[in-house]
Design a protein around this ligand. Sequence first.
Ligand code: SAH
Ligand code: SF4
Ligand code: F3S
Length: 480
Amino acid sequence: MDVLLEKIDLSQPAPTEEPMRQYYFIKKAKEYVKKAEEAAGRPLTACITTFGCQMNARDSEKLAGILEQIGYQETEDEEHADFVIFNTCTVRENANMRVYGRLGQLNHAKKQNPHMMIALCGCMMQEPEVVEKLKKSYRFVDLIFGTHNIYKFAELIATRFESERMVIDIWKDTDKIVEDLPTERKYSFKSGVNIMFGCNNFCSYCIVPYVRGRERSRDPKDIIREIEKLVADGVVEVMLLGQNVNSYGKTLEHPISFAQLLTEIEKIEGLERIRFMTSHPKDLSDELIEVMKHSKKICRHLHLPVQSGSSRILQKMNRRYTKESYLELVRKIKEAIPDISLTTDIIVGFPGETEEDFEETMDVVRKVRYDSAFTFIYSKRTGTPAAIMEDQVPEEIVKERFDRLLAEVQKISAEVCAIHSGTVQKVLVESVNAHDPSLVTGRLSNNILVHFPGNEELIGTLVDVRLNECKGFYYIGEAI
Ligand code: SAH
Ligand code: SF4
Ligand code: F3S
């Protein structure tokens, strides 16, 4: 990178093609940061806070890569940072409220530190009403951009340094995928890898297709090349990311299936574990089940969001499967891969949900016996078809159903987790235990957490561990 930046001549106009244009702005922003550092008489720090899903987490690593290149030092001390970045989520109303709450606090911090810059990006910024509100009531924000142009971060920072005004750059959608920009991984041994962007499914409750744009798959060669580079840099586990990985590759010039992509990734030497999310049940193929069954690297875990157990509600949700077809799919998967761990997402209180519909959901939970389930109270998202559906369910009823569901999910989950007691399994060690430094914490292939005696030298390695005691959602074990 340094060699590349060396060659760039800032007295020339910026190149128009990517990623060269961004390298130019990285160099330019770096000079601004250097000047600001000299003025402040100390290094400048930046703090990124990520809300939402794994996609956002991966995007934040890209932002961190650019920040590092232009000379910011990473900090977790948001209040005293010179540059605060919120990468936002808007999938549910409460995700949204948290951002406004945190922004209020930042306004005070910024008054103490006049050099502080604040940037907002991510899914929430793709909603025009949000940007209007920020322009009106949160004038102290310096930079606002969306989900389609995060690769332009360096250029936007340079623009902000050159102007005294709020910089706003939001695109409605894009068909562009810009490769080869710096990233800064959170973990040295594992990494998310985007295989596709956007979503075309338009589930009637969901805002993601509106804020992440149309579905676009990355070229398989670019994906393989990125993973090979990661492996050379110490990564042993990748998480392939997409809103619906099962429809990967369908729109490419040379179409390839997700199962074929997995087969190619499996061949990468040095890579030990492959995970992916999320799988939409309507597109999960027999070919994928076959590939998973025979794979040595694909983890024994499938996140298969059901959302509701009622076929009537599923149709209103535009999920395009029924309770019966979902249960049949689960049966096929469990038959092919008996040790698979299944997890799910469930929404309670979708408009029109009756007690009978809810009981259907409980029935699916009891039949599938998930390892764990993320349960959500339906949240009305402006602009989605469900927001204007009649029969929104009263809050007290939803709350009561939610509690019943959660209790059932947790009871089953503890039982399912316990079946591994006494077995020896491989654990990828992730960290030293935060509460007890004599323990390390890692994950099984099926994603369950395990704590066992060890030290930080084990981080990033795969260790054979006997699972001695199940504590509900995690194990206490010992290395053998
Ligand atoms: N692409 C993934 C989900 C991404 S959003 C999929 O299709 O499975 C993650 C989860 O948030 C969803 O599975 C859903 O359960 C939940 N969710 C999305 N929109 C929601 C809303 N309006 N209210 C409550 N939960 C919602
Ligand atoms: Fe949302 Fe449905 Fe797309 Fe998942 S598949 S992101 S729930 S629209
Ligand atoms: Fe949230 Fe955007 Fe992910 S809305 S869940 S951060 S795709």
